[in-house]
Design a protein around this ligand. Structure first.
Ligand code: ADP
Length: 269
């Protein structure tokens, strides 16, 4: 059976490369110090997961990531009974494991999950810091190193669900936006070792497109797409083909939009 929300558990051997965009590292340390849940708000590909990996490394905690989708339920997070031979045994889910051992549990795109997920994390997001497992009738008080982090893509983009204000108020929030051009160019260089002339052109293109809502893109150009494009250029692909493959076609299927994007891109490259 394919299970929803299969967790990804990561332990980094080396500190990941992360370029601060604002004061998010400082705020993250404070959230961890006060054991307060944290919500990372912002579009995809803006460094949220990378920040998590970096902070897990710095705080020396395991990072357990659950990518939520519309099928993700509290059972996927908390745990379930499974049949083992002749027995039925309880198996902790990723959230329960993190609560017990003191990991950072990252619920990516939490608003996409089923409503019972928000019910399950309720008592973990206030002074109780406890998880109640109704199936086993157990209440677990979270290890002091447990930290709950969720991400959420605000609803100004089509197709994304909203989070209720009462839920949002349970989290500290960090707002992720596209970095300033100099910082974004530095990130691209840091990730790909491409020279500044190219990275700044990619950023210039991205900012031209980000400022054109009339293109009607569901998601605009993220740092992730720019990094992929720079990798292709760095490994010898022509810049125009790299841009088409890594940025333009992943963004849209509409032929007029593809053409408009390619025209703007070709002016720069
Ligand atoms: P998100 O979790 O917001 O969808 P990621 O953290 O996966 O985004 O970032 C996507 C990619 O963009 C990363 O793999 C990395 O190459 C690059 N990136 C974005 N922001 C940063 C940053 N601040 N520092 C380093 N790399 C970044």
């Amino acid at each position: 059976m394919i299970r929803n929300a299969e967790p990804i558990s990561s332990e980094q051997i080396q500190e990941p490369y992360y370029e601060p965009v604002g004061q998010e590292i400082e705020v993250f340390y404070k959230a961890a110090e006060h054991m307060l849940p944290l919500l990372l708000k912002g579009p995809t590909g803006t460094g949220k997961s990378r920040l998590l990996e970096t902070m897990a490394y710095r705080l020396n905690r395991r990072l357990i990531t659950v990518i939520c989708n519309e099928e993700t339920s509290s059972v996927d997070l908390v745990g379930r009974y499974i049949v083992k031979g002749a027995d039925t045994v309880w198996q902790d889910g990723p959230l329960t494991i993190g609560v017990r051992e003191g990991a950072i549990v990252y619920l990516d795109e939490v608003a996409e999950a089923r409503p019972d997920v928000l019910v399950a994390i309720h008592s973990l997001t206030d002074h109780r810091r406890s998880l109640f497992i109704d199936r086993t009738n157990e209440e677990i008080v979270a290890n002091k190193n447990f930290l709950l982090v969720a991400s959420f893509n605000p609803g100004y983009q089509r197709g994304f669900k909203e989070l209720k204000p009462s839920t949002r108020q349970r989290f500290l929030s960090i707002d992720f936006q596209y970095p300033k051009p100099t910082v974004e160019s530095k990130i691209i260089m840091g990730e790909t070792k491409i020279d500044e002339r190219i990275s700044s052109k990619l950023v210039q293109f991205a900012n031209l497109v980000r400022n054109k809502p009339e293109l009607g893109l569901a998601e605009t150009i993220s740092t992730r797409l720019l990094v992929s494009c720079a990798l292709l250029i760095q490994s010898g692909l022509g810049p125009r083909l790299a841009g088409r493959t890594a940025i333009i076609l992943p963004l849209t299927d509409d032929s007029d939009t593809i053409e408009s994007l390619q025209d703007v891109y070709n002016l720069i490259f």
